[in-house]
Design a protein around this ligand. Structure first.
Ligand code: 13P
Length: 341
């Protein structure tokens, strides 16, 4: 393992003022997004949409890395250029989602899931590296509800994340380690805090046992946020303060960067929270974004599958990317949103 090379990529992925574009929606997830804008999810439409993003020179200025799906990492743009080449030309690092999704966990508490995809992963990583991937992503899903998460679910998912991360580093691929505590329930922010703490401590313990080198990874966590159905909402400052606190308790300073998921927050919330955390300052790791929905909702609803909307969709993407870039530097202000609207 070449730790220097891994560390260089991890630092590039979390470079100041840049963040990661999560464009790794599975075929079924991108179909849901396309259904919402009235676009048929064909291979060509998926290619055209992703090409639109990767060819947005203005938007890509703020993007350090792009997470691709298996189909996309193999696709070529309309003119025959591999999409991976477009990403590299834009100065970003190509990466790929390698998990095979979260499946119901056998004999577990109802609703608990375990992420699959470890069998054959070494061989798949070798192939993905050949296709240009320099980092990978694996998402574990932890749901909060009555009597859950159980220790069983947290342990199994953390163990899988560590096995994945070790396999990645063996192939000189930087693992994005993503243990997502969902914001779907009616739990309050304090409960999210305690579950996130338990999950992150378990994950880092497993990473340590699996000999994963922390300098060569990126953490992709949730923020500490109340469930969508909880009446008691935290302020932006409370989200920032609780999230930074739990990260300081659990995440060793050796981890170069932390890139958050947006997890169903509104576009502006995701930006405001990241900005407030960076305004706290004096943190041992870089804090940036690795957003899917919070970067793509605006371009998708602008594009609607119509070629005449491509330039406007690229502007919508560039605006969100720029806002999040400023947030990664703690330099965002809410009136910057109004001016652009
Ligand atoms: P969201 O930002 O939409 O949560 O997606 C990020 C991601 O990659 C989830 O795995």
């Amino acid at each position: 393992m070449n730790l220097d090379a891994l560390n260089k990529v991890a630092l590039a992925m979390t470079a100041p003022g840049k963040g990661i574009l999560a464009a790794d929606e599975s075929t079924s997830t991108i179909k849901k997004r396309f259904d919402a804008i009235g676009v048929t999810s064909t291979e060509d439409n998926r290619r055209d949409y992703r090409e639109l993003l990767f060819r947005s020179a203005e938007g890509m200025r703020y993007i350090s890395g792009v997470i691709l799906y298996d189909e996309t990492i193999r696709q070529k743009a309309k003119d025959g250029t591999p999409l991976v080449e477009l990403i590299k030309k834009a100065g970003a690092v190509p990466g790929v989602k390698v998990d095979k999704g979260a499946k119901p966990m056998a004999l577990a508490h109802e609703g608990e899931v375990i992420t699959e995809g470890l069998d054959g992963l070494r061989e798949r990583l070798i192939e993905y590296r050949g296709l240009g991937a320099r980092f990978a992503k694996w998402r574990a899903v932890i749901d909060i509800g009555k009597g859950m998460p159980t220790r069983n679910c947290i342990n199994a998912n953390a163990h899988a994340l560590a096995r994945y991360a070790a396999l990645c580093q063996e192939q000189e691929i930087v693992p994005i380690v993503e243990p997502e505590v969902l914001m779907d329930g009616d739990h309050d922010a304090d409960r999210c805090f305690s579950v996130t703490e338990q999950v992150l401590k378990t994950v880092f313990n497993e990473l340590f046992e699996a000999h994963v080198m922390l300098e060569g990874m990126v953490l992709k966590p949730n923020m500490v946020i109340a469930g969508k159905k909880c009446a008691k909402k935290s302020t932006v400052e409370q989200v920032a303060e609780q999230t930074v606190t739990v990260l300081k308790i659990c995440v060793p300073a050796l981890v170069p960067g932390i890139a958050f998921l947006s997890g169903g927050q509104s576009d502006e919330e995701a930006t405001a929270h990241l900005d407030a955390m960076n305004k706290i300052g004096n943190l041992p790791w870089k804090l940036t974004f690795s957003y899917g929905r919070a970067l793509q909702h605006a371009p998708q609803t602008t594009w609607k599958g119509r070629p005449e909307n491509v330039a406007a969709a690229q502007r919508a993407f560039a605006h969100r990317a720029k806002m999040n870039s400023l947030a990664a530097l703690g330099q965002w202000k809410s009136d910057m949103e109004k001016k652009a609207a």
